[in-house]
Design a protein around this ligand. Sequence first.
Ligand SMILES: Nc1ncnc2c1ncn2[C@@H]1O[C@H](COP(=O)(O)OP(=O)(O)OP(=O)(O)O)[C@@H](O)[C@H]1O
Length: 450
Amino acid sequence: MDILVIDDDEAIRDAAVQLIEDCDHYAEGAEDSTLAMEALKLSTFDVVLLDLYLRGENGLDVLAKIKERYPKVSVIMITGMGSIPDAVKATQLGALDFLEKPFSREQFAMILQRVKRHRQLEVKVEELKEEVATHQPQGTYESKSPVVRDALDVLFRAAGSTASILLLGESGTGKSMIAKEIHARSTRKNKPFVTVNCPALSKELLESELFGHVKGAFTGALRDTRGKVHAADGGTLFLDEIGELPKELQPKLLRLLQEWEYERVGDTKTYKADVRIIAATNRDLADEVKNGEFREDLYFRLNVISVALPSLRDRREDLLHFAEQYLTFFAKQYRKEVREFSPSAKEAVMRYPWPGNLREMRNAIERAVILAQGPNIDTGDLPAMNAGISVSNTADGDGPWIGGEFSMEEIEESHMLKVLETTSTLSRAAEILGINEATLYRKRKRLGLK
Ligand SMILES: Nc1ncnc2c1ncn2[C@@H]1O[C@H](COP(=O)(O)OP(=O)(O)OP(=O)(O)O)[C@@H](O)[C@H]1O
């Protein structure tokens, strides 16, 4: 490894350089931050050993400068006796570890082992990130629909502010993806983006998921936890299906939004968190306010910027563009020579109402690419879009059938019930239906099913 030693004490600096060279690594010394920044500009170093108390300079400031310009360099602070609090502060600023002066060869070797492990983990994380990025179709944020263009324009202009954003729209219209995109376009992009699925948990567990709890706060609380609000500190907290937030938790969220304060379950201590809230719902929240189900003050707080994402059937001008994007993506992923849609498949894509919106289209095209036998996707590869294919087979079956005089809601409900009957887990049913588990949970609850 290549290591830069920054210490104003010549004797210590030289001893450290000697020790590093004895351990078969390359080392250079610098006596102040100016020389150090010069050295970092000229060559690539893996590790910097930085004295916490440089003459006339604060080592923490130098650390911040190095991390800002060279975030990948691992910095180890060299500290004197009794400077542990500062060293802790240094680790908060991005230092990997600290070595107390004078340090032995063994202590140095141990630190280098830790650096090596840390760097290996970082490489692994980068590899995984790349893998995930190539397995998910990229979000598309261009549109021929003026309504969508206006919606995106408002959202992306508001991205840089800390204002709360409320995303409205049917399931699968891309609310979660756009929330991530807003975060990625904000100044918080290097901080965490944390999602909380409001309907997936009971009131008690949701409160603990959000705010954390102390050991013994309830049965099963075996140790202290910090919740997702803490995890999102400095970043964005995405509250999916906010309409499902139990009434008891609404004042607690309001307090977080107004005062940035909260308490863990079973704790009296008040914590602070700097989080930007993006909330999403496919319910009519204004209606919920009228019915007394949702607090008006919380609604106003969340509703600073509110944007409705249109369903796919209301943005028909974008249908083919999305379909073609998915085709290209999945053909590459599955290494298939599928290049385009046949004219009749294009017609089917345009005609179909896409009740599951983008999620349904993504799944349908992925399946079609897998099944396609030639360079084209034909109507046969898109079964759901073929007129006459039924959910509940035909008019002879029990329940609504496609083509009969039934509403979309009845067809959807009947299909959902049948899928739930034939699957053993909620997640498998959600996968087949092309909706997320939280949405399925909510729909099932609304139908009074256990
Ligand atoms: N902008 C986009 N470009 C391409 N594909 C998208 C886009 N937005 C969403 N999708 C596709 O649709 C799927 C569902 O999107 P997302 O989970 O964001 O919808 P949602 O509105 O949050 O749904 P729900 O209300 O059910 O949680 C994504 O996994 C992705 O495949």
